[in-house]
Design a protein around this ligand. Structure first.
Ligand code: FES
Ligand code: FES
Length: 312
């Protein structure tokens, strides 16, 4: 980023760059072409969002949304599959991991249109015929704490064990390397995957009364909910009429807007409900906040403000 000044151009890709997500855009790799195509399509009438046909957890599903809609937004906001979590939304934490044709992908870094025709499996789709071995092992070895990262970890380890039933310790660590666990529950995750790699048979998940008396701990009661994606967090709440807010943060110690933001254009984006602009602000505080019915509308509103700012 230019540390002397910055502005918000009219494309999503450049917008991501302007708010410091250059790495996220660069990391799109093979998807960058689709993003460019999606940018061109943003001039499409927003009242007629395209339909995207997806295969999710074995079922044919159709979602509607703008071309820049991510796979994560399609799963969570359109299909109500909230197992995959939004956290960094820059492709670095792995909380949003789902399987595409059996391989882990960061759903926050994929456009939904790129998933058309592929087979998507979310954590909700793993336990259709009872818990999978890795789900049982994660519960037994307590490979979780708060559980926010657990859906992503679960699908990644499941994919590894599907590809290779006896992975090495190094391969398990590699599979976990894309997952940031703020609680530091890695030892339990490793123990769970290693136990399956060694072919160990797990005892029953719930110990008997006698086992409990002789010292074996009781698995956490919410373990099943955490490995299946049923556990709900604040970000999963969908109260009636819920909205999304996106902010354009100031990257300077003190910064000021030097042009006239196009507030009218931002308000004209379908779904945008509120626009707030702060002409002078400081690092980490917003120059602008847009509240909208969808994430894509909020981001588009911010982009259309076309804010130019510099330090003072
Ligand atoms: S939310 Fe997708 S990688 Fe962090
Ligand atoms: S269990 Fe809390 S982030 Fe991993």
């Amino acid at each position: 980023m230019d540390l002397k000044s910055f502005h918000t151009p009219l494309t999503r890709k450049a917008f991501l760059k302007s708010v410091g997500l250059t790495a996220a855009t660069a990391a799109l790799g093979p998807f960058a072409g689709s993003l460019m195509a999606a940018e061109k399509e943003t001039s499409r009438d927003p009242a007629q969002p395209p339909s995207i046909k997806l295969t999710v957890n074995g079922e044919a599903r159709t979602v509607e949304g703008p071309p820049q809609m991510t796979l994560l937004a399609a799963l969570r906001d359109r299909l109500d599959l909230t197992g995959a979590k939004p956290a960094c939304e820059q492709g670095t934490c792995g909380a949003c991991t789902v399987l595409m044709d059996g391989l882990p992908v960061n759903a926050c870094m994929m456009l939904a249109i790129d998933a058309a025709g592929k087979s998507i499996t979310t954590v909700e789709g793993l336990a259709k015929k009872g818990l999978t071995p890795i789900q049982e092992a994660l519960i037994y070895h307590d490979g979780m704490q708060c559980g926010f990262c657990t859906p992503g970890v679960t699908v990644s380890l499941h994919a590894l064990l599907e590809r290779q039933s006896r992975p090495s310790s190094h391969e398990i660590k590699t599979a976990l390397s894309g997952h940031l666990c703020r609680c530091g529950a890695y030892s339990g995750m490793m123990a769970a995957a290693l136990s399956l790699a060694k072919g160990e048979r797990l005892p029953r998940v719930m110990p008997s009364a006698k086992e409990q008396r002789t010292g074996r701990g009781v698995p956490r009661l919410e373990g099943r909910a955490k490995v299946t994606g049923e556990a709900l967090y604040a970000v999963d709440a969908r109260p009636k009429g819920w909205m999304v807010a996106r902010a354009l943060d100031c990257p300077f110690a003190r910064g000021k807007i030097v042009n006239r933001p196009n507030e009218t254009a931002a308000r004209m984006v379908a779904g945008v409900q509120k626009v707030e602009i702060f002409e002078r602000t400081s690092i980490g505080q917003p120059f602008a906040v847009v509240v909208a019915e969808t994430m894509e509308a909020a981001e588009e509103g911010l982009t259309r403000l076309a804010i130019q700012a510099e330090p003072f």
